[in-house]
Design a protein around this ligand. Sequence first.
Ligand SMILES: *Cc1c(COP(=O)(O)O)cnc(C)c1O
Length: 208
Amino acid sequence: MLTIGFARRFTSYKRADLIFLNLERLLKISEKGKIQIIYSGKAHPKDTPGKDIIKKIVEMTKTVNDNIKVIFLKNYCIELALKLVSGVDIWLNTPLRPREASGTSGMKAAHNGVINFSILDGWWIEGHIEGVTGWSIGPKPVESSLIPINDATDAEDLYYKLENLILPMYYHDRSQWIKVMKNSISKIAYYFNTNHMMRRYVTEAYLR
Ligand SMILES: *Cc1c(COP(=O)(O)O)cnc(C)c1O
C-alpha cells in the first residue's frame, strides 16, 4: 500500500492537516489506489494550535475508510524517526512557504530512497527536480510568496499529483518508481550531507 510519512514538530505553519482540506476529494482519489498515512510528532506544550492539529489528525484516524488508513504514532523520537524516514514510500511536507528554514527530515528520507513530495520551501527548493527526484506541491517560490495563506491552491496541486502522477506510478510502473527512489539517493544524498556541509562551513565561513 502506498505509504506516506509525515513526522516532525507539530506547529501550525507545518500544516500537517493540509491533505485533509477536501476529505471527499481525498477519499475519491484513494479509490484509484490504497493509501496509508503515518503521522508522528510532538507539539510544544504551550502551542495550542499545534496541539489542535494533533487532535484533528487523531480524529481522522477514526473517520477514514478501507482505501485510506491514517495512524498517529505517539512519542516521536530519533529511533522512531529512523524507522519512518527509511520505511515509508513518500515523505510529505506541506509547510506554509516561506516559513520552512530547512526541513531536515526530507534529506534524511532521500538518503533512504524515500521520495519527497513537498512544498517548494527550505532545502527542497534546491533538491527538487520535478518528477526526477520527487514532486513539488504548489507554485514555485518568488518574493511575493510572502502572501498570507495558499491552502486551497496547495491542496489542489497535492491532490492532482497524488491522483495523476504518484498513485499511477506506484501501482503501475514499478521500474519508474524505483528509478525515482534511486535518483533521490544519487542526486540528493550525495550533496545534502553533513560532510559536504562541514567542508563548506570550514572553507567558506570559518577559514575566511
Ligand atoms: C529529523 C527530525 C526532526 C526534524 O524534522 P524537520 O523536517 O526538519 O522538521 C524532528 N524530530 C526528529 C525526531 C527527527 O529525527
